[in-house]
Structures are given as structure tokens and as C-alpha cells.
Design a protein around this ligand. Structure first.
Ligand code: DCP
Ligand code: MG
Length: 392
């Protein structure tokens, strides 16, 4: 025997495995000239948004969801690429299959991350840390990709631990350490606390998870709502008993915004529409799926609300593709009713892993990132030599 396992009988052992700079590392497998260099992948047009950046580029402040134009100012020497979404989906499947060799209970949560229940595997691997090491080596050997692993007694603690494991490392937090591990961290590090909630909390002088855990519950209930407050406070203490079980994949993804004052200027509506389209596109790409159609929701000053839906030019996940369709719907709706708008929403439906159905005609109407995906699809189907960018 190799000594006592470090976890008590009751404590679960959950791994959260997340690939590092996934899109970039996947590209590097095909093109080693990208190794060691700052690389930014995302929309490369004038209004594009960064999907991810290599750690070399992150040193300059470049990060996901930042406008590519800003990234270019921060890091002009980086290599900017549109991305090959077909490639990423393929790699993602292989990644999940590797994980399944290490646990019967693997729950994928996005293109490059999954939870594994490793409870009881101490008998096989001695220490969770050693098991994590084996998994990282397997992913590295079989796919060439760096992975980071957070280990905890719950999904929550494992997930937060992963951020401390990155890049290319392992970080373990046990239940008895969870509360003190969480306490100094900013509230934004708690999964589920978005920009809005953290703003609300900032107004209450709550900026760390320790402060959140110690806040009077009545105050939190008024600020966050009665049910949510208790839930958030438990999690701020590092408590999460949620089972691993597979999440039902969303059937649609939507985002909406309510204007401070009703808006009738088309340029302003277009600006919001673009942001909303990018936001849903990002969530779609992270889920590793494609959408078939997009819809918009408009609420007018008198609260009457309409929705309009249209099929995308081809199933896809590009922000530009979603925007183009949503924009056509908006223009038509404004022509029919020119009143000021109180709320604008974008949603995408028909989500799935279906391959894009494309004709060359569609390619001409697409943005760079959408085009590269289309090219991928054709390459997947007809081989690498079938098409090159210049022939579009
Ligand atoms: N992604 C995206 N838009 C975002 C966030 C992510 O298109 N706003 C895509 C690109 C990422 C991939 O999803 O490569 C995985 O997302 P992660 O959040 O795991 O980010 P990375 O893997 O790129 O970096 P890391 O996990 O090392 O922080
Ligand atoms: Mg990742």
C-alpha cells in the first residue's frame, strides 16, 4: 500500500478538466509555426470579437469577448485568425472520448471542458493528483493539447480550482479548505455571478466571496431575490451538493436588452443587435453546437411585443451570420412599425451538431469566420485539396 488516501469516505472526488487556449492549441497542431507566438482567434473583420487568445497574447491584455480591433491595438504583432469550427468540434469529441477511459461518469459541459466523477478511484491511482497527471498526459500524447485540471469535492470547487491550475497544471482543494480558498477571491470568480450580480453586490460593499459568505442574509435576499440569495451564499462558502448528471442541452440561446429610454434610431438599434448577436454566438460556440435559425424580439413603448424568426443562410455559429439574419428581420419589422423600441432581443434555435449544409453561393455571403467554417465543412467532406481561400 502507498499510504492513506487523502480524502475521507464521504467526500466526493470531482475533476474539472478544461483545455488551455483551446482554439489556439488546436490550430497549433496543424501549424507548428504558431507555437510560442501570440495568436488571436475570432472575428477578424472590423467588427469581430475575440473568441480566444494564446497565453502569449494574454500577457498584452487580450482576452475572449474583446473586440478584435482593441486586441489589435494591444498586441499588433499577434497572428489573427478566423478559426476552423469544424476542426474544434472534431477535436472536442476525441477529447471527451479520452476522458471516458478514466471514469464511467463524464459530463461534458462545453467544447473543451468536462466534469469527471473520480470518487473511489484512489484504489486504482493512489492519489487523485496522480490520476489527474495521467489524464493530462493522455490528452497531451493523443491530441497534443495542454489541459488543466481542478480537483474538488464538488463541481463548484473543482471548477474554481481549475482557474488556479491554468495553464497546464493541476490544483486540488479539499472540502475543509474550500471556504478559506474561496474567501479572498473576487465575487466574479463564483460561477453564476455575472457582471450584473457583481455590480449589485459592489453597491453593498461586497467584493470578495468571504464578504459574500458573511453578509447578512436579509440584505442579500433583498438584493438578489429570496431563493437565489441562500443559494449564492452557500456557494460562496464553497458548498455545492449538486450531482454531476448530464445537463439537458439548451434548445435555444437568447439575449436581450432593455433600453434606459425607448430607442428609434436605427444605428443605435443595430449596435445593440450586433452585441446581442455576438453574445449568443459566443455561447453557441462554447456549447460546440450550430444553430439553424435566428429570431428577434421587439417590445414597443406600450409593451406590445413581437417576435420574428428566419432560417440562417446555412446552419452555423458565427456572430456575423446571426447578426445578418437578425438585421434583416429588424429592418423589415421597423418598416412595418416605425415606433420607438423599449426592448430588443436576439435568440437562436434549432441547435444541434448538424453539419452545415452549404453551397458555394452561401460562401459569398458570409463573414470571414463563417466562411472558414464553411471551408472546413467542404474540406472535411472532399479533402484538403478540394478548396482554398483564393477560389471562393
Ligand atoms: N470561446 C468563444 N468565445 C468566448 C469564450 C470561448 O468562442 N467568449 C471558445 C474559444 C475557446 C473555447 O471556446 O478556445 C474554450 O473556451 P475557454 O473559456 O475554455 O477558453 P480557452 O480554452 O481558450 O482558454 P483557457 O481555458 O485556457 O482560459
Ligand atoms: Mg479552455
Amino acid at each position: 500500500m502507498y499510504g492513506e488516501p487523502n480524502t475521507s469516505d464521504k467526500e466526493r472526488v470531482i475533476f474539472h478538466v478544461d483545455l488551455d487556449a483551446f482554439y489556439v492549441e488546436a490550430e497549433r497542431q496543424n501549424d507548428p509555426s504558431l507555437l510560442g507566438k501570440p495568436v488571436v482567434i475570432g472575428g477578424i473583420g472590423p467588427r469581430g470579437v475575440v473568441a480566444t487568445a494564446s497565453y502569449e497574447a494574454r500577457k498584452f491584455g487580450v482576452h475572449s469577448a474583446m473586440p478584435t480591433a482593441v486586441a489589435r491595438r494591444l498586441c499588433p504583432q499577434a497572428i489573427y485568425m478566423g478559426g476552423n469550427h469544424g476542426l474544434y468540434r472534431g477535436v472536442s469529441k476525441k477529447f471527451i472520448n479520452i476522458l471516458r477511459e478514466y471514469s464511467p461518469n463524464v459530463v461534458p459541459v462545453s467544447v473543451d471542458e468536462a466534469y469527471l466523477d473520480m470518487t473511489g478511484t484512489e484504489r486504482l491511482y493512489v492519489e487523485p493528483f496522480d490520476a489527474a497527471d495521467l489524464i493530462r498526459k493522455a490528452v497531451r500524447d493523443e491530441l497534443g493539447l495542454p489541459a488543466s485540471i481542478g480537483i474538488g469535492p464538488s463541481k463548484l470547487v473543482a471548477k474554481v480550482s481549475t482557474e488556479h491550475a491554468k495553464p497546464d497544471g493541476i490544483f486540488q482543494v479539499r472540502q475543509q479548505e474550500a471556504e478559506s480558498f474561496f474567501a479572498p477571491q473576487p465575487v466574479r470568480n463564483l460561477p453564476g455571478i455575472g457582471p450584473k450580480a457583481s455590480e449589485t453586490l459592489a453597491k453593498l460593499q461586497i467584493s470578495t466571496l468571504g464578504q459574500l459568505a458573511a453578509a447578512p442574509v436579509g440584505l442579500l435576499r433583498r438584493a438578489l431575490g429570496p431563493n437565489h440569495a441562500d443559494y449564492v451564499q452557500r456557494r460562496a462558502r464553497g458548498i455545492d451538493n449538486a450531482p454531476l448528471k448530464e445537463r439537458v442541452k439548451a434548445k435555444s440561446i437568447s439575449a436581450e436588452t432593455t433600453f434606459e429610454t425607448d430607442v428609434s434610431r436605427r444605428s443605435e438599434l443595430e449596435k445593440s443587435l450586433r452585441k446581442l448577436s455576438e453574445r449568443v454566438g459566443m455561447r453557441l460556440r462554447k456549447s460546440g453546437q450550430r444553430a439553424k435559425s435566428a429570431s428577434i424580439k421587439l417590445r414597443y413603448g406600450d409593451f406590445s411585443t413581437i417576435t420574428r424568426q428566419r432560417t440562417l443562410a446555412a446552419p452555423g455559429d458565427g456572430g456575423q451570420l446571426i447578426y445578418d439574419t437578425a438585421h434583416a428581420l429588424l429592418v423589415t419589422a421597423m418598416r412595418q412599425r416605425g415606433e420607438a423600441i423599449r426592448l430588443l432581443g436576439v435568440s437562436i434555435t434549432g441547435l444541434g451538431e448538424q453539419a452545415a449544409q452549404l453551397s458555394l453561393l452561401d460562401l459569398n455571403q458570409m463573414s470571414d469566420s463563417d466562411t472558414s467554417e464553411a471551408l472546413d465543412t467542404i474540406r472535411e467532406r472532399f479533402g484538403n485539396k478540394a478548396i482554398s481561400r483564393g477560389s471562393v
